[in-house]
Design a protein around this ligand. Structure first.
Ligand code: C2E
Ligand code: MG
Ligand code: MG
Length: 755
């Protein structure tokens, strides 16, 4: 039998052959005629048997009947049907031996005639089978003399198994015997294939029923035929309620009719559609879903559609939460500094066009710390909320009031010069005169304010805020409960900045910069898996200058580029030495500033330093903050993709404080999120912060990112992070940043205990 021939055609050809009696030779004797008649009767019996077998018997019973009849028809002692299984073995599904059904067995094909059969060859060995296959133990034990075997295959010719008979005497191999044997084989093939298909269908049905996504199957006219269990769980409708109805019954009403028209148009044209959609549950609730629609060809050409609906509302609520977090202060619900910067820069762009002034007010509550310490955080928090509310009543819609730090507020007032600023301040101060009633305490407060004005005191949001902050310092030093305008002579700091800038230039030449390393601990294993490199400046004979003081100056002057190069170089060389020293999974994290990220030579620089230091790219992790530079997303994206291509890892530093827009998290090839330490700091005492940390971890994981917590100082924080499933942690609890030599002396195993 050729593998490519279909069972049906074979069957018909054999049938025809059997029906035609063998030619009666001229001058045949009576005995010959009796033999021919007997043979004809036997063929008739085969036809009857086969007809009988098709009637209602399937599966195991079918094969048992088949081997019995096969042995009887061809007068063989043994008959069996075997199914091909893995590793070149055959497992029998029915065995006939010595007049009865015998137990099933399985055996290896090597060195057996069955091997030839599985190779898609029908074999008829009338005698001498043991001599031909001396290594076949089974044939030896059976004392076999003859063997017929026929491959069973599916309609594509793929082997499924075999049917064979064996006898201890020679078997007849006339055309008729062969034909009869092949008819049995053809039936066995068909049944075996049917069984396989049935199994595959059962499996598909299980997948359908147990899928976590809702699955809907419709007919060509988009009437629902079938839904699975998840459909009922997600949408609340039972299968009976939806059968015969269109899937548009889930329509939320939030999409234009054209939306669905375009959807189905694409399905008709391309065979599929995929995207986000709003659906309505039975209880009326609207939820976001990810929908896939596919056209599926029906067996009888009638056509079906398959719709798969994943409920993404949980994912979405994280998204909304993070969006809100990114722009608003959790306590007062005022815009945060990020949103303020954004609005202020728009205001300034307008003011420039319209030649208008903008005032920036930096407000601070006098002696807030004392109130907080004596009356407790709860009272402090409520006070901040009420102050925020009272301030809000003093500004116009076009203005922005933001919370910037613990007890600091920044106001950006459009179309406002010094006179307007004073009017607003006085109004605010007047509103503060009435004491605040909080938890039985009457609290009276005063404020201090610093003011800077565009364009006199600066052109950029950052410089205006900085100058207002300077002015605030003066107002505080003057005793509080007052306000000061920024004046250039006030800017002693500017002088310091120039000094700092000059000093920094020399620092690079004189090698006064040093790197400290802070371990990053994997929470699952407790092992130190890397370190963050943090730069310090050590002017000779003076105290160490922290990066928070000189990095902004270096950013402004552009010195950050050579400093950043030095840091990267040092860190990569040091990491290479530690790799050589046996820390095989070690990754060094290096901070990149916005200016470095936008510098066109960054990609080349990283490549060169990795080559020079011999550090494999995957051992370098670059930390980028969600700074304004991120908003120039196109330029940044190109650089990040190139770095990612190189194999370097990328982390978002201080996550939660900047533009934590999900859209760029999805677009950017980021590997890791570092939760800002301000959230970690209060998580053990502040439920809001704990929720945020938990949400960020889950969000990160849903985007397949690793999540690192910064600033872990207390065992309680660590314990919470572990229950939230945070991947790594960094903080004073393990070690502060230390010099390389000291890092080597750190007892990394004691960190394993902590973690
Ligand atoms: P960062 O990248 O978020 O670094 C973590 C900062 O948190 C470090 O401050 C570290 O000392 C501090 N820290 C770590 N664990 C704890 C803790 O448990 N509690 C508290 N309160 N603080 C902890 P550091 O070294 O002063 O650096 C400050 C920032 O300066 C860094 O923040 C980073 O943005 C920047 N920076 C440092 N080195 C570089 C550098 O080489 N290049 C650039 N562009 N920026 C750098
Ligand atoms: Mg960092
Ligand atoms: Mg950080």
């Amino acid at each position: 039998m050729k593998g490519t021939q279909t069972g049906g055609r074979w069957y018909r050809a054999l049938w025809a052959r059997l029906r035609t009696p063998e030619p009666v030779p001229d001058g045949a004797s009576a005995a010959d005629l009796t033999a021919i008649r007997a043979s004809l009767e036997r063929s008739d019996r085969v036809l009857q048997i086969l007809a009988g077998m098709t009637a209602g018997v399937t599966g195991r019973a079918f094969f048992e009947r088949l081997v019995e009849q096969l042995a009887g028809t061809l007068d063989a002692r043994y008959a069996f049907v075997g199914e091909l299984c893995e590793d070149e073995r055959v497992r029998t599904v029915a065995v006939w031996a010595d007049g009865a059904i015998a137990p099933n067995f399985d055996y290896a094909l090597a060195a057996t005639p069955c091997r030839e059969v599985i190779g898609l060859q029908t074999c008829f060995y009338a005698s001498g089978i043991r001599q031909r296959f001396p290594d076949d133990r089974m044939l030896r034990e059976m004392q076999a003399e003859s063997y017929f075997g026929m491959p069973l295959s599916d309609h594509n010719g793929r082997p499924l198994g075999l049917v064979a008979i064996v006898d201890v005497k020679p078997l007849g191999v006339s055309e008729r015997e062969r034909s009869m044997f092949e008819i049995f084989g053809t039936r066995a093939s068909a049944e075996l294939e049917r069984l396989r298909n049935e199994e595959a269908l059962q499996l598909a049905a299980q997948v359908f029923e147990h899928s976590r996504d809702a699955i809907v199957i419709t007919d060509r006219r988009r009437r629902i035929l079938q839904v699975n269990r998840a459909f009922t769980e997600i949408n609340g409708f039972s299968a009976e309620e939806v059968q015969g109805r269109p899937p548009s019954m889930l329509d939320s009403g939030r999409h234009e009719p054209t939306f669905y028209r375009d959807l189905w148009r694409q399905v008709l044209r391309q065979g599929w559609w995929q995207g986000e959609i709003w659906n309505r549950r039975r209880n009326g609730e609207i939820y976001p879903a990810w929908l896939t629609v596919r056209a599926a060809g029906g067996i009888r050409g009638q056509g079906h559609y398959i719709c798969i609906v994943s409920d993404i509302s949980e994912h979405k609520s994280y998204e909304a939460r993070i969006q809100h977090l990114a722009y608003f202060d959790g306590l007062t619900a005022l815009p945060n500094r990020t949103l303020l910067l954004d609005r202020l820069s728009r205001m300034l762009a307008n003011a420039q066009r319209e030649r208008q002034q903008v005032s920036v007010l930096f407000l601070d509550i006098d002696r807030f710390k004392a109130i907080n310490d004596s009356l407790g955080h709860l009272v402090g928090d409520q006070l901040l909320q009420q102050v925020a509310r009272r301030c809000q009543t003093c500004v116009r819609d076009a203005d922005t009031i933001a919370r910037s730090g613990s007890d600091e507020f920044i106001l950006a007032l459009s179309h406002t010069g010094s006179e307007g600023a004073i009017a607003v301040i006085e109004k605010i101060y007047e509103r503060m005169q009435r004491p605040f009633d909080i938890e039985g305490h009457h609290i009276s407060i005063t404020l201090s304010t610093g003011v800077s004005i565009y364009p006199n005191d600066g052109f950029e949001p950052e410089s205006l805020i900085r100058n207002a902050d300077n002015a605030l310092d003066h107002a505080k030093k003057a005793g509080g409960n007052g306000y000061e305008f920024y004046a250039s002579d006030m800017n002693a700091q500017a002088f310091e900045r120039v000094m700092l800038d000059n000093g920094l230039r020399r620092a690079l030449e004189r090698e006064e910069l040093i790197l400290h390393y802070q371990p990053k601990v994997d929470l699952a294993s407790g092992r130190t898996v890397g370190a963050e490199a943090l730069v310090r400046w050590q002017p000779p004979g003076e105290p160490i200058v922290p990066p928070t003081r000189f990095i902004p100056v270096a950013e402004e002057s552009g010195l950050i580029v050579p400093i950043g190069e030095w840091v990267l170089n040092q860190a990569c060389r040091q990491a290479r030495r530690w790799l050589d020293g046996g820390l095989s999974t070690f990754t060094v994290s290096v901070n990149l500033s916005a200016r470095q990220l936008l510098h066109p030579g960054l990609e080349k620089l990283v490549r060169r330093i990795l080559e020079d230091s011999g550090l494999p790219p995957r051992h370098l992790d670059l930390e980028i903050t969600e700074s304004l530079a991120m908003r120039d997303a196109d330029a940044t994206l190109k650089t990040l993709l190139a770095l990612n291509e190189m194999g370097v890892q990328l982390s978002i530093d201080d996550f939660g404080t900047g533009y934590s827009s999900l859209s760029y998290l999805k677009r950017f090839p980021v590997d890791c999120l570092k939760i800002d330490r301000s959230f970690v700091r209060d998580m053990a005492d502040n439920a809001e912060d704990a929720t945020i940390v938990n949400a960020v971890i889950r969000l990160g994981h849903s985007l397949r990112l690793r999540v690192v917590a910064e600033g872990v100082e207390q065992p309680r924080q660590l314990a919470m992070l572990r229950t939230y499933g945070c991947d790594e942690a960094q903080g004073f609890l393990f070690s502060p940043p230390v010099a390389a030599e000291e890092f080597e002396r750190l007892d990394l195993t004691s960190q394993a205990d902590l973690a």
